[in-house]
Design a protein around this ligand. Structure first.
Ligand SMILES: NC(=O)c1ccc[n+]([C@@H]2O[C@H](COP(=O)([O-])OP(=O)(O)OC[C@H]3O[C@@H](n4cnc5c(N)ncnc54)[C@H](O)[C@@H]3O)[C@@H](O)[C@H]2O)c1
Length: 348
């Protein structure tokens, strides 16, 4: 059997331990051999679970890249710390899987894409939602032209009360953005993926911070620690060709119940993620034509995401979530915050 691909982790917190690690451990073609984290307790916990020897654990990821021979680096640090480890890993000739959002600006994303190209290595962004059954079913309907020309999408991830309990998510220094970066990016990516990543033209957004930084019961931290710009944001995005997408994301909103959905409307039919369903017009009547014949591996989204990443490396396939697609999403995210600040529509 060929030698296993050697994987090193940068960031060993929640998503690394709970999602990426089981993804790699489910494969017999890779071996997790090294890890780096500034927090010793997280590093120790991860190392024990992953079976990484002490000599391959580092509090500075650059030492890991310098001292351990790696094929893959999986970047699971807070958003502001996605770019530099990715650049450094490419410089060492590694393939990179980086968590979402790809970065904290389109410029950073461009640098990451360039570095990957220069290294001739795989660059994938962890847009997990694409690798779930409902998302794959929607993609199949879109590919079979069940919807016709898609001209409207709604990307919705609304939490009524769901501010993350970790500083890495709520401080601008570490996260840069709030719910738009944390959860909005999941539904936006899936919407754009299904629409074939049309070229965005402009964004008009409302970016709000009305609840989370002010009411102590929502926040396990002192309010002054909440420095990201939003606890809720809403945007209308226009695309070349005339299609529009509504994006809604919140961690805190005075709403009867939360919502998690991607809705697509075309001139022949429409579909949605939750519950996954398809409607089509037949003889002037709109009918629910959802069928249950779709087969999809019953794996968690992250496990499937990691499997597809490794498969793409081994079989020299294109990246399942290339940087170029993440760049389109990131340009929209940049536009949302800019539009919210200027209180007007902005070009993307
Ligand atoms: N795809 C998903 O469903 C999903 C879910 C949760 C989080 N995420 C993303 O994953 C990333 C991490 O989130 P998390 O929930 O694991 O956060 P976390 O706070 O649990 O873990 C982040 C880890 O990074 C470490 N870290 C911070 N600075 C570092 C540095 N300079 N070098 C090395 N390690 C460093 C922290 O000590 C911590 O252990 C974020 O970008 C987040 O958006 C994705």
């Amino acid at each position: 059997m060929a030698e296993k691909l050697r994987v090193g982790f940068v960031g060993t917190g929640g998503i690394a331990t709970g999602a990426h690690l089981p993804g790699y451990q489910a494969l017999d073609t890779v071996q997790v051999v090294a890890a780096a984290d500034v927090a010793q307790n997280n590093l120790d916990r991860f190392a024990e679970k992953a079976g990484v020897p002490q000599e391959n654990c580092f509090t500075d990821y650059r030492d890991m890249l310098e001292k351990v021979d790696l094929d893959i680096v999986t970047v699971c640090t807070p958003n502001s710390l996605h770019c530099q480890p990715t650049l450094d890993a490419f410089a060492k000739g590694c393939h990179v899987l980086v968590e979402k959002p790809v970065a904290i600006s389109a410029d950073q994303c461009r640098m990451m894409i360039e570095a990957g190209k220069k290294a001739k290595k795989m660059f994938m962004v962890g847009q997990t939602l694409r690798f779930t059954k409902g998302a794959a079913q929607m993609k199949q309907w879109v590919d079979k032209k069940e919807l016709g020309d898609i001209y409207f999408g709604r990307a919705q991830y609304l939490r009524v009360r769901g501010v993350p309990g970790r500083l890495g998510f709520v401080t601008k220094e570490l996260s840069e953005g709030g719910p738009i970066y944390d959860i909005g990016v999941h539904v936006l990516d899936l919407t754009l993926h299904l629409m074939g990543f049309p070229e965005p033209v402009s964004v008009s957004a409302g970016v709000y911070n009305k609840l989370a930084s002010k009411r102590s019961k929502l926040m396990p931290f002192p309010p002054n620690k909440y420095t990201v710009p939003d606890d809720a944001a809403f945007a209308l995005i226009r695309f070349e060709g005339g299609a529009t997408v509504l994006l809604e994301a919140s961690w805190a909103l005075n709403l009867v119940s939360g919502a998690h959905n991607v809705i697509l409307c075309g001139d022949k039919g429409g579909c949605q993620l939750e519950p996954t369903a398809l409607v089509r017009e037949r003889a002037g009547v709109l009918e629910n034509v959802t069928n249950e014949i779709f087969q999809y591996p019953e794996r968690a989204g992250h496990v499937e995401e990691v499997r597809r990443f490794v498969e793409a490396i081994l079989k020299k396939k294109p990246s399942p979530v290339p940087g170029e697609e993440a760049l389109i999403t990131q340009r929209i995210l940049d536009g949302i915050y800019k539009s919210g600040e200027l209180q007007k529509e902005v070009e993307v």
